[in-house]
Design a protein around this ligand. Sequence first.
Ligand SMILES: [Zn+2]
Length: 79
Amino acid sequence: MECPLCGIYGQIAIEDGEVRVTFSEEEKNRARNTLAGLYEHYYEIKDMMNHVMKNLELHKNDRAELLRPYMEYAPDYKG
Ligand SMILES: [Zn+2]
């Protein structure tokens, strides 16, 4: 499994009827709450900026129309 917050990988298993997730030391050392994890995330965002800025410029005229379905999204899920 992959942590949805910081992207570290672990092994998921069911033991004695309970879900257990085990992360290796290597993966724990790149978790978001570590200095290495913070740097990894920083460089991930920094490197992504070239891609993001290019697309923002490319879609500067049709961005509102592209975003419209998301802005108008109204789930009917009632829980
Ligand atoms: Zn995490």
